[in-house]
Write a protein that binds this ligand. Sequence first.
Ligand SMILES: [Zn+2]
Length: 137
Amino acid sequence: MHEWALAEAVISTAVEFAEKTGFEHITEIEISIGELQQIEEDPFLFALEEMLKEKSKPVDKNTKITLEKENAILKCKSCKHEWDYLNALNELDEEKVESIHFVPEVSHAFIKCPKCNSPDFEITNGRGVWINNIIGK
Ligand SMILES: [Zn+2]
């Protein structure tokens, strides 16, 4: 159900955008999905396509949807080094990865900055779903 609510939000944003810019038809909507966001890409795309079938201009069945994944990036708070979250997870054993999956805060206990060894980092990218670009004419 989450995917349908999200799809509806995307479509109404695109319609508002068309009203503001005066576009008659939206040809493409580019959406980014953070890899930490628990969105199933296929059902999300399906929901969007089903909704677009029912719509008429400015968005309709000819509006193309592109989804792209954004990698999660970790940033060390002490030395500002940035590194890839999934790579960091790959270096851990499975049991730890499981516990991080359920409680993301736990990652601070297992992942340390590869440069300065600090456990004090933040996740800077890879969260949320947003519209990257709306193309129309
Ligand atoms: Zn560091």
